[in-house]
Design a protein around this ligand. Structure first.
Ligand code: ZN
Length: 329
């Protein structure tokens, strides 16, 4: 059945700091399946604002790799590097409304003054500069005041997630010491600009979501629906990423990669699909329709509320136990 066109819009937002790996494929595939299952659009956005981290040629290789794996995105690719004015405008608004303040503290000073850890394990900022910069000191970063409010959302896969920003995060940075905008601000501004209604991404970003929802509220932007998929880990239990040297996806193994990704996402692809073409695999995956996400949902016995840790959402990538990961990817 052809899905009826809808206003649903998903996206995949890689950073061109290196090649796509199996973890990236999971996010691309899950976000695309979720949007297409509802007859929605699916966009690609390059999170390339951190220029020194961008790898030469990575953007072109990422797009070619997506095409080789049978992905078709709607419209032009949006690049963060072209959106700096929009981020500046959002920050200026928050400054005018006295939601952000300059902070002079170095990492060392923050660690020395901190008494508690934030949810991501870093020291929670003490709020020292909230009432003004110390005498003789200049602004190093701009921070958003994190109010003592609970932010809750119903994740399509992980269930009810709740976070208190003041307790779990603390005042967080929107403009960094190098003058660049923080991920949290850019992603919120861009999701709204592109009309994204559904964010499907790795569970390692789940702890960021309440910060993004808080920013959406302050900037009068709509809040998309969120679904955080399990993250793939290597044999050492580390999240697959460029930092953990996840091997790049190889285009000539596109069909096998897609089947492995569908298996990881608990879609139980039939064994004969391993011999199929990329197009046939996409046809099979498209027939999953909206059922695919239900197969990913945590078992009812798992905690459905409260402060959830992203570490509990990790899962070994297929083949980790028996084979080197490179044999799968
Ligand atoms: Zn400070």
């Amino acid at each position: 059945m052809t899905p009826v066109a809808s206003s649903c819009c998903g996206r995949f937002a890689p950073s061109p700091t290196g090649d796509l790996h199996f973890g990236s494929l999971l996010a691309a595939l899950a976000s695309c399946l979720a949007a297409r299952a509802q007859g929605g659009r699916w966009l690609v956005r390059m999170e390339d604002a951190d220029a020194p981290r961008n790898a030469p040629g990575a953007e072109a290789r990422i797009l070619a790799c997506l095409e080789a794996h049978g992905f078709h995105w709607d419209g032009e690719v949006l690049r963060q590097s072209q959106r700096l004015e929009a981020y500046q405008a959002a920050l200026a608004r928050l400054r005018d409304e006295r939601r952000v303040y300059p902070c002079a503290c170095s990492r060392k000073e923050i660690a020395a003054a901190a008494t508690e850890r934030a949810i991501d394990g870093a020291w929670r900022y003490s709020g020292r500069c909230r009432r003004g910069l110390p005498t003789g000191r200049g602004a190093r970063v701009w921070r958003l005041c994190a109010e003592d409010v609970d932010i809750a959302f119903n994740d399509r896969i992980q269930g009810q997630i709740r976070q208190n920003l003041a307790r779990d995060v603390g005042d967080f940075v929107l403009r960094r010491a190098d003058g660049r905008f923080a991920y949290q601000l850019m992603v919120v501004v861009d999701d709204a600009f592109q009309g994204v209604t559904q964010v499907v991404r790795g569970a390692d970003l789940m702890n960021s979501t309440p910060r993004q929802i808080y920013l959406q509220r302050l900037l009068d932007l709509p809040t998309p629906e969120y679904a955080h998929i399990p993250i793939a880990a290597n044999a050492a239990g580390e999240k697959l990423s460029k930092q953990t040297r996840a091997p790049p996806l190889r285009a000539r193994r596109a069909a096998a990669n897609l089947v492995a990704a569908l298996a990881f996402l608990n879609q139980q692809p039939p064994s004969e699909l391993a011999e199929a073409s990329v197009e046939e695999i996409w046809r099979w995956a498209s027939d999953l329709g909206r059922r695919w996400m239900e197969k990913l949902a945590p078992a009812p016995a798992s905690p459905a509320s409260g402060r959830r840790e992203s570490a509990s959402c990790g899962r070994a990538a297929p083949g980790c136990a028996d084979h080197p990961l490179s044999s799968v990817i």
